[in-house]
Design a protein around this ligand. Structure first.
Ligand code: SAM
Length: 459
């Protein structure tokens, strides 16, 4: 994994004007037996859910159950030419609910290209994926890009001419876009990006892909498997002990929205099935339909001078917690008394992170430490067990504690961060230090004595 991370950094360093090249890795040899995980997982049919993976044997937390590379994938950068286009489409998607994204449309073409080159991909992998029947009951593909539609038509005509695929083009035309829609997984390298957005992070390499066996993971709002990617390779790891026979699920939505009520989770899921209501939906206040403090807002805030940023964060925090209305929605009468605006909890968490970073850069490390510890509390209460987000904030809490000379506290946070990381990602302190290298370099702390070499000494 360290080698792959180094290669990713090299790809980013040599990126040209059109962005970085696609990282195309093979599953590392030590994990290749997990491309087909028949020793640990079993496919079963569950009424109402279709096929899904279950544990074939008892699985302990930290077990890697599958490692996979996509049949085909696209980086978002390749699919979207400019930001405006991406924003316009997000608005459209909100209205129409079931429309595919442009990245998905690119994956449709890439999978079709792969089927053309190697027809067995259709027969042995893609055609086995959901939806397999009753496709007439599902919303049809709504591709708005004429160029993609014409390439799709042209590839289908070429496919019709391939002897093994003769008579298949109608089925492929109808099913493939739906297969992509219901099975693609987002690919983001390492969620430590949560605390490290920006042009030198790995966000440029993000995209979506169609995977074969991972497509049989069903969704749960309480997933017992977490996933992470390095380049185009995806790891699936048990985040808790799983008894034999229990269903093994991932979350189709980002972990940081899992603590929202079922109504909001369902809106984020945008699938043809709904998670059952959990009783919390009815108390929803009018809040934004999607999280607000995304990576663009975070970058915008980080570009401000720290004092100005503190004011902006405090103002957003008030809006997020319902103490104030967003700018433009205030009137003389209601002033700041908006009441219950109910933003997403992950927005509040992101604002806490940004505020802690800002306070530390202003030398107010004791106040920052309080916020880092609130972040830990939030992650550990609301995210799936052993979530990477809690490791990220523990790393910061350890470094911040060291800065305020609370060495015991620093060692405690450091040990928990390393142990959790080792459970979910393996590789001991070397891999840990490689993955958090950029976090260590954040230029926040007055104490520049490389606390990381003391807190996480190489063995
Ligand atoms: C990626 S596929 C998962 C594998 C699928 N069950 C199959 O039979 O191939 C996604 C589809 O599985 C079904 N699904 C996944 N999680 C579900 C859940 N928690 N409840 C009901 N259906 C679910 C939905 O039909 C969804 O569109």
């Amino acid at each position: 994994m360290v080698r792959l991370l180094d290669e990713l950094d090299a790809i980013l360093l040599t990126a040209g004007d059109n962005g970085p090249n696609r990282p195309e890795f093979d599953v590392p040899e030590e994990y290749s037996h997990l491309e087909s995980p028949s020793d640990v997982l079993q496919l079963v049919d569950t009424p109402g859910k279709g096929k899904g993976w279950t544990a074939k044997t008892p699985l302990v937390a930290g077990t890697v159950v599958m490692v996979s590379k996509p049949i085909a994938w696209t980086m978002d950068l390749e699919a979207y030419n400019d930001e405006d286009e991406m924003e316009d489409e997000e608005e459209d998607e909100g209205d129409e609910g079931v429309d595919g994204s442009k990245s998905n449309d690119h994956v449709v073409l890439r999978v079709l290209q792969r089927i053309k080159e190697n027809p067995s991909i259709w027969f042995e992998q893609v055609s086995a994926l959901y939806p397999r029947d009753n496709i007439g009951t599902l919303p049809t593909w709504n591709c708005k890009d004429d160029n993609i539609l014409s390439q799709f038509g042209s590839l289908l005509r070429q496919i019709e001419g391939i002897p093994q695929l003769q008579g298949k083009s109608d089925e492929i035309r109808q099913r493939l876009p739906l297969i992509i829609r219901y099975n693609v997984l987002s690919i983001e390298t390492c969620s430590e990006l949560l605390s490290y957005p920006g042009p030198t992070g790995h966000s440029l390499l993000g995209g979506v892909g169609l995977f074969h066996l991972p497509s049989f993971f069903n969704h749960s709002p309480r997933p017992n498997v977490s996933r992470y990617a390095v380049g185009n390779i995806m790891w699936f790891v048990c985040n808790q002990d799983i008894p034999q026979g229990q269903e093994v699920c991932i979350s189709y939505v980002e972990h940081d929205v899992l603590c929202e009520n079922a109504k909001r989770r369902n809106a984020m899921l945008r699938m043809d099935f709904q998670e059952p209501e959990d009783g919390s939906g009815s108390t929803d206040h009018d809040g934004p339909p999607f999280p607000v403090v995304d990576s663009d807002v975070q970058m915008e805030l980080m570009e401000m001078d720290p004092f100005q940023r503190m004011d902006a964060i405090d103002e957003l925090m008030k809006q997020a917690t319902g103490e104030a209305l967003p700018e433009g929605e205030r009137s003389e009468e209601d002033g700041m008394d908006a009441g219950g605006s109910a933003w997403f909890q992950c927005d509040i968490q992101n604002l806490r992170i940004l505020k802690a970073i800002t306070l530390e850069s202003l030398g107010q490390s004791t106040r920052a430490l309080g916020l880092w510890e609130e972040c830990i509390q939030f992650s550990e209460t609301n995210m799936p067990p052993n979530d990477e987000s809690s490791i990220v904030v523990r790393v910061q809490a350890a470094l911040c504690s060291w800065d305020v000379k609370d060495k015991d506290r620093a060692r405690k946070h450091a040990a928990i961060a390393l142990n959790t990381h080792n459970l979910m990602f393996g590789g001991g302190v070397n891999r840990f230090r490689r993955r958090y290298m950029k976090e260590f370099c954040l230029n926040l702390r007055k104490n520049k004595d490389s606390a990381e070499t003391i807190l996480w000494p190489l063995q």
